[in-house]
Design a protein around this ligand. Structure first.
Ligand code: Y39
Ligand code: FE
Ligand code: FE
Ligand code: FE
Length: 231
């Protein structure tokens, strides 16, 4: 902790290098929250029994987006939204395709497990090195992301027997994209004092825990959660 405190003292939130990196990371988060908003609306249509709850989650995502837009404005940074759209394009397309085919398990794996775990890891690592304004916003947001992850866990746990094969395939298709995205953002994250190793570690912990809650064995979790990491 002392190390983190020393580090934060040295961060110049107004330096050009910090603001340049922030223009991409902030955009990723804004675009991610926007897509999460849309994804939960789509999920509400796919799971009418959970419509009310999923619409509630989609509204939370809109509020998250507004919060992170304020973080950018506070630092006088213009988010590079074009970069962010491209950053999410792989997961976005896979979600859209799955939704069209009515593959709710794949949609839940992409949004409620993979994207939520990615968000939780990123926000947890960001909070101790954020500026005061962004830290308060992010602390509020991350609490809600756990509830989004929980929705996916609970549904998939209840439907585990029927979902297992589709989950394996969806993991295989989408987890390599996450490692690619992490690599793409690693240099910018480092400027914000967020270490790639820490992001990977936190993601693995969240995702592994989620897979365990759903019903996978330790052996399955090892195989599934490292898929595509070394390539
Ligand atoms: O469910 C959600 O709210 C997740 C979409 C929001 C954003 C996830 C993006 C996090 C990646 C940031 C990478 C920074 C190192
Ligand atoms: Fe969110
Ligand atoms: Fe979320
Ligand atoms: Fe989220």
């Amino acid at each position: 902790m002392q190390q983190v405190l020393d580090q934060v003292e040295k961060i110049d939130f107004q330096s050009e290098i910090y603001k340049d990196a922030y223009s991409r990371i902030n955009a990723i988060v804004i675009e991610g929250e926007q897509e999460a908003h849309e994804n939960y609306i789509t999920l509400a249509k796919l799971l009418p029994a959970h419509e009310e709850e999923l619409i509630r989650l989609s509204k939370m995502e809109s509020r998250h987006k507004k919060g992170f837009e304020a973080c950018g404005r506070n630092l006088k940074v213009t988010p590079d939204l074009e970069f962010a759209k491209e950053f999410f394009s792989g997961l976005h397309e896979n979600f859209q395709t799955a939704a069209k085919e009515g593959k709710v398990v794949t949609c839940l794996l992409i949004q409620s497990l993979i994207i939520e775990c990615f968000a939780i890891a990123a926000y947890n690592i960001y909070i101790p090195v954020a500026d005061d304004f962004a830290r308060k916003i992010t602390e509020g947001v991350v609490k809600e992301e756990y509830s989004h992850l929980n929705f996916g866990e609970v549904w998939l746990q209840k439907n585990f027997a029927d979902s297992q094969a589709e989950l394996e395939a969806a993991n295989r298709q989408n987890l390599p994209l996450v490692w690619k995205m992490l690599n793409q953002v690693a240099d910018d994250a480092k400027v914000l004092a967020m270490e790639k190793d820490a992001l990977i570690e936190d993601f693995m912990i969240q995702y592994g825990e989620a897979l365990s809650n759903i019903g996978f064995t330790t052996r399955d979790i090892m195989r599934l959660s490292a898929y595509g990491l070394a390539t």
